[in-house]
Design a protein around this ligand. Structure first.
Ligand SMILES: Cc1cc2nc3c(=O)[nH]c(=O)nc-3n(C[C@H](O)[C@H](O)[C@H](O)COP(=O)(O)OP(=O)(O)OC[C@H]3O[C@@H](n4cnc5c(N)ncnc54)[C@H](O)[C@@H]3O)c2cc1C
Length: 340
């Protein structure tokens, strides 16, 4: 069901990543003025247990055949490797890691780590994503396409930011806000200040910079036992939530044994509550896939605790059994995709 809500605004920012062309397609003016478009490429990562791929430090290396750069990174008892970079024209909302993507990465691993004898049966989980790149003429290889970002204006007030890299997100955010300020000044004589976010910590980032991070994590995790968590659990949470971690500890401290009702460990229960109250978690897949990444790195938590999490979300957010069933099927499909 589509619900249309009229919104009055002088400008609208379109930062919809791989979908920016679709959003521009809904704007008659932008459609007429469009010269540049996106081109999409797919990137796949694969995940191994540490015992199968014992790596202690992140490395990057080039593949034998096409010389592309590949990363192998240890994380929370796993090692993940990626990525591929191939043109993609299929369903953007559901890209999957196909056999040939996995074979490409396995070949690259065996080239760099010949004694590992990696094969697809060792892959524990995988995921695929879509890169929103700006089309340029003459790029035959996906990896040759520029990762630069650009801003496109439509006379309707739709301002699109496209392309770019994750590492440039703060710069891109500042760029687009400044652009909107200029637009409002020029067209509506509004006096809107430009922004400076360079010294603003992101949510959870108030940890004394990269220099202070390790100390911060060690100090704060000492508080965990007073909330009924172990030191190790406190450390694990502090690494993940940074300076937001005390809020998560507090939710662990006030469960009133509610976690037992849902047969969830206290730590997981606190993370779900935090997700609902601070990270817009509504569905089980919001939590397991997009917020915690457990689907990729802690698949056993998903399999062991999904029923409890589904019940907790349903009870708290009061949705009906049909919605619960639909969300459960969505999670089933996501679990299947990691095993393809
Ligand atoms: C496999 C892979 C590996 C990568 N590795 C790196 C890397 O190592 N370093 C790096 O810097 N970058 C990397 N990138 C690139 C990086 O992820 C992207 O450049 C970045 O995510 C783009 O950010 P964005 O906000 O423009 O788009 P997105 O992160 O895609 O966000 C767009 C959002 O808009 C939402 N949306 C879409 N349509 C609508 C609509 N109609 N209404 C409301 N919301 C909508 C989407 O749901 C999404 O949440 C990688 C990308 C992939 C796929």
């Amino acid at each position: 069901m589509i619900i249309r809500i009229p919104i009055k605004s002088k400008a609208v920012v379109n930062a919809s990543g791989p979908w920016v062309d679709e959003v521009r397609g809904n704007d008659v003016a932008a459609k007429q003025q469009t010269k540049k478009h996106l081109v999409h490429t797919k990137g796949v990562h694969i995940v191994f247990k540490q015992e199968d791929f014992p790596l202690t430090q992140a490395v990057y290396f080039d593949t034998k055949d096409d010389g592309r750069m590949i990363f192998a990174i240890p994380r929370a008892g796993k090692t993940y490797v990626g990525t591929t970079d191939t043109f993609y024209g299929e369903d953007k909302s559901n890209p999957t890691a196909e056999a040939e993507d996995k074979a490409y990465l396995i070949d690259a691993i065996n080239f760099m780590f010949p004694t590992l004898n990696a094969d697809v049966s060792m892959i524990e989980s995988s995921w695929a994503g879509i890169r929103p790149l700006i089309q340029s003429s003459g790029s035959k290889n996906a990896s040759d396409i520029s990762r630069k970002d650009e801003i496109w204006h439509s006379t309707s007030g739709l301002i699109t930011i496209a392309g770019g890299k994750l590492t440039g997100y703060r710069h891109m955010a500042e760029e687009i806000v400044d652009d909107v300020a200029d637009y409002l000044k020029k067209h509506f004589k509004m006096n809107v200040k430009k922004v400076s976010t360079i010294d603003e910590p992101v949510s959870g980032g108030d940890v004394g910079g990269s220099v202070g991070y390790q100390n911060y994590v060690e100090n704060i995790s000492r508080k965990a036992p007073s909330y009924g968590l172990t030191l190790e659990e406190g450390f694990h949470l502090a690494m993940k939530y940074g300076s937001n971690v005390e809020t998560v500890y507090q939710y662990a401290g006030i469960t009133n044994d509610n976690h037992e009702k849902y047969e969830l460990p206290k730590l997981l229960y606190a993370e779900v509550i935090y997700g609902m109250l601070h990270e817009m978690v509504i569905k089980p897949s919001d939590f397991f896939v997009r917020r915690s990444g457990k689907l990729y790195f802690e698949i056993n938590d998903v399999l062991n605790y999904r029923k409890g999490v589904e019940q907790l979300l349903q009870d708290t957010l009061s949705y009906d059994d049909n919605a619960r069933q639909q969300y459960a099927e969505e999670l089933d499909a996501a679990i299947q995709d990691t095993k393809r």
